[in-house]
Design a protein around this ligand. Structure first.
Ligand SMILES: [Mg+2]
Length: 258
């Protein structure tokens, strides 16, 4: 039996031929192979986890989408997932609004952010890496000035349902006063035909978006309005008292506004 086993081992070794290496050769070959290959891209689940952390405001103050996740974010924004995630938010907002008993005094309002909430800048983002390229104010303002931003259809559905229910829309945006005409025109063209107020930032205001929006909501409450709901794609849209009776975070993994 021992002789048979030895013969078998010799036959296997012979068959292995050039694959039968010393330990040193194996290690050197493996190292060389690694050095020549580009670093592998992180798998989609990693970028999905990053996106989740961004949306939950566990990662804050970020400037651009990381190069590792640029393709993931582009796929997310242009695929079904963004649409599905948006629909979940809108469905919840509609269900909440429908559950309310209004006072009948006409003072209930719903605050909408504009960019990436009511209107989409995706046509612009498509030419600028979906957030992977640094923010370029000049080209972004040029896009806004074109007045062609399409409506986000889910938000438009919420807007129309609120009007039916008697809840008045208020648009509150960090776009500036000099963009009022083009913003109003763009909103109307896309189906947002009326509103209680369209509030824009004074030109040259030196404050954060969150501070500006919080101040504007306080003015609304002081004027007797009841902010039934508040929806925006940035945490700076929905943080800061008075936030509104309920807030809704619309998905946006492309950029961060403080
Ligand atoms: Mg926005």
């Amino acid at each position: 039996m021992a002789t048979a086993r030895l013969l078998l081992l010799l036959m296997v070794a012979a068959a292995a031929g050039s694959y039968f290496c010393t330990g040193e050769e194996v290690i050197m070959g493996y190292g060389d192979e690694l050095a020549e290959e580009p670093a592998p891209k992180p798998a989609a689940p990693y970028c999905g986890s990053v996106r989740m952390a961004l949306e939950a405001h566990n990662i804050i103050g970020w400037k651009t989408v990381s190069a590792d996740c640029a393709d993931y974010v582009a796929d997310y924004m242009t695929g079904e997932r963004y649409q599905r995630d948006s629909d979940v938010v809108i469905n919840e907002a509609v269900a909440y609004a429908e559950s309310l008993k209004l006072s009948g005094k006409g003072k209930e309002i719903w605050v909408f952010d504009v960019d990436e909430t009511a209107l989409s800048t995706l046509p612009y983002q498509a030419n600028h890496g979906y957030g992977a390229q640094p923010y370029d104010r000049t080209s972004f303002l040029r896009y806004v000035a074109g007045g062609s931003a399409p409506a986000l259809q889910g938000t438009l559905r919420l807007y129309r349902r609120l009007l039916q229910l008697g809840i008045k829309p208020v648009f509150l945006t960090d776009r500036t006063e000099d963009q009022r005409a083009v913003t109003a025109h763009n909103l109307v063209q896309q189906g947002y035909c009326s509103w209680e107020k369209l509030l824009l930032q004074p030109f040259g205001l030196q404050t954060s978006t969150q501070a500006f929006k919080t101040g504007e909501r306080q003015k609304l409450v002081s004027a007797g309005y009841v902010i039934i709901g508040n929806i925006g794609d940035q945490w700076s849209d929905i943080l800061g008292s008075p936030e509104g009776c309920r807030t809704f975070k619309f998905p946006n993994p492309m950029y961060y506004v403080a």
